[in-house]
Design a protein around this ligand. Structure first.
Ligand SMILES: [Zn+2]
Length: 167
């Protein structure tokens, strides 16, 4: 399945781990780029995010570490973080693009999105691996990517009829 099972895990205040750091540094070198103070701040800000985050949330935290980080810095750095496999882009079909740390986990995650507050919940969906593999094998194809998104009402929406807009 390879890339199919791009895995996300809900992380709270994870510590930047050595492997992610080395991967990202190696990737920059391979692209002829340097690990600047600004890129370092963006990288470290990643580990202050909980679960899914937007470029703006990353910007706010990166600025706390290095106030010279601009929106452009973050927008230029994000594709590098995605290409190096450090983070994963999550397209939930909304204006805001979300990102998440690309932690390895054995199980495919599906996203369940609240229709009102846009909060994103990850759920284990191991059947998706089976489904992707089965369908592609039947057709003699190789799966490159697959996603499952479910629109739902979060508990607040369900009980109060509206949510605080958190995302
Ligand atoms: Zn909600």
């Amino acid at each position: 399945m390879g890339k199919v099972i791009n895995r996300i895990r809900y992380l709270f205040m994870a510590k930047p781990d050595r492997t992610s750091w080395e991967n990202f540094s190696d990737y920059l070198i391979s692209q002829g780029l340097r690990m600047t103070g600004q890129r370092k701040a963006v990288f470290e800000a990643l580990f202050r995010q909980s679960g899914h985050f937007t470029a703006d949330q990353l910007l706010q935290d990166a600025r706390k570490m290095d106030d010279t980080v601009s929106r452009a810095t973050v927008y230029r750095c994000l594709p590098l973080l995605v290409d190096s496999g450090t983070v994963r882009k999550i397209d939930v079909g909304q204006d805001n693009k979300f990102y998440a740390l690309n932690e390895s986990s054995a199980t495919f995650k599906a996203q369940v999105i609240c229709s009102d507050c846009d909060r994103i919940f990850d759920v284990d969906a191991p059947f998706m691996e089976w489904y992707g593999r089965t369908v592609s094998e039947k057709l003699g194809l190789e799966v490159n990517d697959q996603r499952l998104q479910v629109q739902a009402s979060c508990p607040t929406f369900a009980s109060k009829g509206a949510c605080a807009k958190t995302n």
